[in-house]
Design a protein around this ligand. Structure first.
Ligand code: MRU
Length: 368
């Protein structure tokens, strides 16, 4: 996507042994490129959320393995990759794309007979995985656009109001986005729309990242507090909700940024369609876990105690709870499939029903 007219991906290989990425922690106030040259640096960038969003995390994990392979002496290569995979998988437990990418890349090296061949196969697998994820997101945009288009037809030229949560745009992917991808395609096709951007406390991925993305692309939006969304939905100010996903079980229960569940409940209560946009890499087909058993990342309570912003040109973090206050910070919640309308994937839009999920699983297996 374009930043000040220049095309960017969220993460890319700068040269052998150096992976560049946009530091999402500094947005929207600063646009800065950082670099990881070891798997430890990559794991740190993931843990501190300089790189975040399910699809970008999968790409970062794949590049992390490449960095480990680049640095390891030939004799220590298998052990170094094993260590790297373990380290990467521990960074963010809910995002299934990390384990998926790590396992896929390692699987592609299984037939290697020399260290040189292993490095070559690994690099090829990383490129293939990253490019395939970009293409999946592009197709999500094309398929999801039809949902917006049919709502626009019903509204006879009045803007379609779309609610989104967190950042499931191109920053959270490598390009295009998931939940935002259909919005970009619809806007490019001249469809009138307006996006409600929920701020997404405690890290504000909505007000910081989604607002920045939409602003870059000239798409009309309004940031609202997380708590305002029920009111908007009740007043008929939301035509459809699009969110991303970090892990979707076989049944369709969807783990996404904390706060997604409440929005889905409100949409369900008021008959507003609620779609999850995600590539099949975010589906955990082996998981039959009940919503209460999906691993949920807990992050530092400091994220709840503080807020970060810019003051007179300097990024500052201030305390917003009383000294000594206790807090808890679960980072994701699970929306049961019953509250969802459908899944927007690279294979098309599938209803959130047993039959819809079965059909999607068949497509996913046929193309893997
Ligand atoms: O904690 P984050 O910011 O990594 O959480 C991201 C989300 O919940 C996104 O909605 C999801 O990863 C989809 S990103 C394309």
């Amino acid at each position: 996507m374009l930043v000040n007219g220049v095309p960017y991906r969220t993460i890319w290989r700068r040269h052998e042994g150096a992976i560049a990425f946009i530091d999402q922690n500094l947005l929207p106030h600063r646009f800065a490129i950082k670099e990881a040259t070891s798997v430890e640096e990559m794991a740190e960038a993931i843990r501190h959320m300089s790189i975040r969003g399910a699809i970008a995390l999968g790409a970062a994990a794949a590049y992390g393995l490449e960095l480990a392979a680049h640095r390891a002496p030939d004799t220590e290569l298998p052990a170094a990759l094993h260590h790297a995979a373990t380290l990467l998988k521990q960074t963010r437990p809910t995002a299934v794309n990390i384990a998926w990418a790590t396992d896929s890349v390692l699987e592609a090296t299984a037939e290697a007979t020399t260290p040189q061949e292993l490095r070559h196969l690994l690099r090829t697998a990383v490129d293939k995985l990253v490019n395939a994820e970009i293409e999946r997101c592009r197709r999500i945009g094309e398929h999801g656009m039809h949902i917006i288009k049919s709502l626009a037809e019903k509204k006879e030229g009045a803007p379609v109001n779309i609610l989104t949560h967190c950042n499931a745009g191109w920053l959270g992917c490598v390009d295009y986005g998931t939940a935002l991808a259909p919005i970009y395609v619809a806007a490019n096709n001249g469809i009138q729309l307006h996006v409600w951007v929920s701020e997404t406390r405690p890290r504000n991925q909505g007000s910081a990242l989604t607002a920045w993305e939409l602003h870059q692309h000239g798409i009309p939006y309004s940031v609202v507090t997380d708590n305002a969304c029920g009111h908007l939905i009740q007043r008929g100010l939301v035509d459809v909700a699009f969110v991303g996903a970090d892990r979707i079980t076989r049944r369709g229960d969807t783990a996404n940024k904390i706060g997604t569940y409440l929005k889905a409940l409100a949409c369900h209560a008021h008959g507003v369609p609620f779609y999850v946009a995600a590539p099949t890499s975010s589906f955990d087909w082996s998981s039959h876990a009940k919503p209460g058993h999906i691993p949920i990342e807990e992050r530092s309570s400091d994220e709840v105690h503080t807020a970060t912003g810019i003051y007179q040109g300097t990024l500052i973090t201030v305390r917003i709870t009383p000294e000594g206050a206790t807090a808890w910070n679960p980072s994701f919640d699970v929306t049961p499939v019953e509250l969802l309308s459908g899944f927007i994937t690279e294979h098309g839009v599938f209803p959130a029903t047993i039959e819809g999920l079965e059909e999607l699983a068949a497509y996913a297996h046929a193309s893997s």
